[in-house]
Design a protein. Sequence first.
Length: 369
Amino acid sequence: MRDMSFIDELMRTKMIIQLLNKKLEEGDADIDPVEYSMAAQMLEYKLNVLESLNYTSEADTDDMITINLVGINKSIQVDKKKLSEAITILDKPVEERQATVKKDDFVPIPTEGITEEEYLEKAIELIGELKKTPRKTLDKDTFIKVFKYTGEFGRMRSKGIKKTLQDKRCAVFEKDSKAYLEELKSSINEEEKAFEGSSQIMFDKLCISPECFERTQQELMNDPIASIELFNMGMSMEQPSVDVPEELSREWTIELVKASNDYAFDLFKKEYMNVLSSDPMLVPVLVSAAAHDWVRVKHEFNEDTFKAALFKHKIYEDGEVAQHMQMKQMELMSLAAQANPMMMAQMMQGGMGGNMNMPPMGPPNNGMF
């Protein structure tokens, strides 16, 4: 694990150096002493991480690995021979499934041809008794059921809203940058309003408060297994139930993802740099929306159709796309450093962008990637 972490950090540091070198070779007019000063600080931070990972224990031998347990006066030893005997390399890949709760716990409720009231009645029946913990929060299984059916109910009620909102944005796309930003903010407000309204209807039917739901969610996010289940469920709930056109092959989808995000980042740098200072949390949404709207205007694939292609081809797992997006993330971090050095420090410590592992667009956040 230590060696894997070292290699991972080494690859990230290499990417930073490649980006800086590329700008120098191209004679990029955007080269700025402040930007490069911040980039140098980031490199120093990365090299410190590498140095901390590049060590061996005096107790290590050819047969044993010794690792200290931080925080307590103990260590563990791993027998390399036994470890190698426990690992078998297979000649073929195996099928992988996302970690989730038992499928039997969830019975899909068809949303076609039923009213909202009928959906609510069926969901309440399937959720069953609301079990709570001694802390007056929902227990894990109960919360996950509420989470799923509340999300699906929200999607049922907001069906068509995304298309309408994208139509409004595309009407001013590349025509009026100020109007586009206003339409984007309006889209965010409309989607949040629709989600909160749907959630409140479900909570009222179940006789639970939003505060109870939020406290439970916060507790479960501290549980690694539960947080993975919720993340995977959120991912699956984001997947649109529409067919993917044949022309949206894996290769073409990857090209569109890269081209659309290149456009979105360039548009951001040209028209919306002030957003970094005035409303930094809007930046990933803005870049994501611009990328989706570019695909819609230039290639006539709406957000749901293109997002369905991303899921079908598992684009968010593609190494080439991940590297491309990390390079874009680096550019965004450099811009943030100029606009707000404090934000840069937070990003380096795992704030916006999550230690550079999470691109600014992700399916759970209605993003491109």
